[in-house]
Design a protein around this ligand. Structure first.
Ligand SMILES: [Fe+2]
Ligand SMILES: [Fe+2]
Length: 308
């Protein structure tokens, strides 16, 4: 886990009751939350010579294809990868919110856990607005999930219950959180993109603490067979995650003649593998600690290069 993820609620949360953790997160939300529509200067002009994410995090950085690109093309790749990530985040947050809303329908409306679930739902709603506005501002088309996949994705919220909801949330949030920390860490990145990423990183730190706490507590009580099943299916998320971040649509939009070859180059790119390994390191540690790193999952994480 990255140091920046750690919030007061995280330290020692395994021993604290869920209500205490939820209460701390609620207080943290009151102290530091953003309304991106007004808290981000959407009128500020973009700098044509700046990247949209740190170049070192781009999927083709350091490849032969990268060497053949001029600066303008590299910046365009960063714009399209930024937009692809935001588009993916929007549908992910949509699913999380549907899951949260279903969760609170069965929960006690007086409990702090319910109140924080609803607060997180509000955060994600604002994030979707922020991402949509950012896509509009950078002047690119959003990346659409193909219809057949959208139909499947729309069924996920029906299955998000208990530990499944917190695991789904954590899988998306934790890996992306670390990626965004790497993306923002470069003076050559557009101030607007930095602002969007920083707002998201700050608010997601609380969501990550909440999901981790929920998982720890539920894993401790669940039957061993259920933990074993979860531990061995989690790895399949890695395949979906990787596919989402090396989308041929991005390479086509940049004007690369063979988008599928570009995807293969990204998949084999050692620089990008290192980025992905760093993104997964905190989550891998958490899975080991909670007994959620099963043999099948470990094999998958290794095969896709997220784990040594
Ligand atoms: Fe979010
Ligand atoms: Fe979140």
């Amino acid at each position: 886990m990255t140091a920046g993820n750690t919030s007061p609620a995280e330290s020692g949360s395994a021993e604290l009751p869920r209500e205490v953790v939820s209460n701390r997160l609620l207080k943290g939300s009151v102290k530091r939350s953003y309304i991106p529509v007004v808290d981000i200067d959407w009128e500020a002009p973009l700098d044509d010579d700046k990247f949209f994410v740190a170049p070192k995090t781009l999927s083709l950085y350091g490849t032969e294809l990268w060497d053949r690109m001029d600066r303008a093309q590299r910046i365009e790749l960063s714009r399209q990868e930024f937009v692809n990530m935001l588009s993916t985040a929007i549908w992910f947050e949509n699913i999380v919110n549907q899951g949260l809303l279903r969760h609170v329908m069965h929960a006690d409306p007086r409990s702090s856990e319910t109140h924080y679930s609803l607060t997180e739902l509000g955060d994600e709603t604002r994030h979707m607005v922020m991402f949509g506005k950012a896509i509009q501002k950078v002047g690119a088309e959003h990346v659409r999930v193909p219809l057949a996949q959208r139909v499947v994705l729309n069924t996920i919220p029906f299955f998000l219950r208990g530990s499944g909801l917190w695991l789904f949330a954590l899988l998306g949030e934790d890996i992306t959180d670390e990626l965004q920390r790497q993306m923002v860490d470069d003076p050559d990145v557009q101030p607007l993109a930095q602002r969007v990423l920083r707002v998201h990183i700050l608010e997601e730190a609380r969501h990550i603490s909440f999901a981790r706490d929920g998982i720890r507590k539920r894993v401790a009580e669940m039957p061993r067979w259920r933990r074993a099943v979860l531990a061995n299916v989690l790895g399949f998320h890695g395949i979906v995650n990787q596919q989402a971040f090396i989308n041929p649509v991005v390479y086509r939009r940049v004007g690369l003649p063979d988008p599928k070859a570009a995807r293969r180059a990204a998949k084999a790119n050692e620089n990008f593998r290192l980025v992905q390994k760093r993104c997964f390191a905190g989550l891998a540690e958490f899975f080991e600690e909670t007994g959620l790193m099963g043999r099948v999952s470990r094999k998958i994480w290794k095969k896709i290069g997220y784990l040594d």
